[in-house]
Design a protein around this ligand. Structure first.
Ligand code: CP
Length: 339
């Protein structure tokens, strides 16, 4: 994976399809070769882990990945133990934010050799969030590689682990039928996980169905990116509003809730809209329509809202294995960056 050496990882599309597949195979090889698989490429090095938002899996798996590769993780909570950070340019900093990323990021880079950052979207405007402003500011001001730990628009480490899970469970990608199904949720959630899952799935050549109510369909701009990525990756993509059809013959059901593309920035209207779609929950009855399909979710998941207990507690659910693959995937990623 020489293409990653010394580079940032902001989106799965930072990798070619070929390199994505190679990284997945490297992850699987490393996973089955024990903790010492990659040696200690981070010996004497540190990785800053900057969290603007909560996390269980990403925080714990990155800390362990850095440690197992011989490095020192440096977790920092923005606004809780470290200064609240401003990222906008030209702003008068007379509010709550004490430090600008323009100083904070290059200073942190004096102590560490890579910086991971988690920075959720403001969810006020789709065009604004699409710029991924906090992630881009980190990338702009960092002299060391930046690793996206879930930004406004992308969660590439999650998608990498998702593809590892599918590769191991289904034995490959070509011709495999995978459905990403929108799910009801009491909160308006970002697009990062579905975006990265869609892009990674198409880079790997899967036959992907994206099922969502009309107000939650991908917009035209992203559809164009999806079609182009499917073409390059050798798979296919279709977007449908028929929930049941997404289950018919699918080998993977990946459930996720996301913000409406129609009501983006208007959470009260989104919440009113999704009240009509409470039946977009993964149930045992729906899973029976699949081709012995597995159930996937990035976690955390709302039981009996997103997915019924009977599915989450069944042998079809691979959510814990999927989360475990975060550690394996991030070790392969870090080993490639520092090889
Ligand atoms: N899937 C995921 O990123 O989990 P956390 O939000 O707990 O890190």
């Amino acid at each position: 994976m020489t293409s990653l050496r010394g580079r940032s990882f902001l989106s799965t599309t930072d990798l070619s399809s070929r390199d994505m597949l190679a990284l997945i195979e490297l992850t699987i090889a490393g996973k089955h070769s024990g903790r010492e698989a990659f040696g200690s490429p981070l010996h004497g090095r540190g990785v800053g882990l900057v969290f603007f938002n909560p996390s269980l899996r990403t925080r714990a798996s990155m800390i362990m990945a850095v440690s197992q590769l011989g490095g020192q993780p440096v977790p920092l909570e923005v606004g809780a133990g470290t200064w609240d950070l401003e990222h906008r340019t030209g702003v008068v900093m007379d509010g709550a934010k004490s430090e600008h990323v323009r100083e904070a990021v290059p200073v942190l880079a004096q102590y560490v050799d890579a910086i991971g950052v988690r920075c959720f979207p403001a969810l006020k405007s789709l065009s604004g969030d699409r710029q991924d402003p906090v992630l881009r500011a980190f990338a702009q001001y960092s002299p060391v590689p930046v690793i996206n730990l879930e930004s406004a628009m992308h969660h590439p480490c999650q998608a990498l682990a998702d593809m590892v899970t599918i590769r191991e469970r289904l034995g490959g990608f070509k011709g495999r039928k995978v459905s990403l199904v929108w799910a009801n949720h009491p909160k308006v959630l970002p697009h990062a996980v579905p975006n990265s899952f869609i892009l990674a799935a198409l880079q790997c050549g899967l036959d992907l169905t994206v099922a969502a109510p009309p107000e939650y369909q991908p917009d035209d701009d992203f559809r164009a990116v999806m079609q182009q990525t499917a073409l390059t990756g050798g798979g296919s993509v279709r977007c449908i509003t028929d929930r049941d059809a997404a289950y018919d013959g699918a080998q993977v059901i990946y459930a996720k809730s996301w913000a409406s593309t129609v009501y983006y920035g208007h959470s009260e209207r989104d919440l009113a809209c999704r009240a009509n779609y409470r039946h977009w929950q993964v149930t045992s009855e729906l899973m029976q329509r699949t081709d012995s399909g597995i159930f996937m979710h990035c976690l955390p998941v709302r039981r009996n809202v997103v997915v019924a207990d009977s599915v989450l507690d069944s042998s079809a659910s691979v959510v814990v294995e999927q989360a475990a693959n975060r550690l394996a995937a991030q070790k392969a990623l870090l080993a490639s960056i520092f090889s």
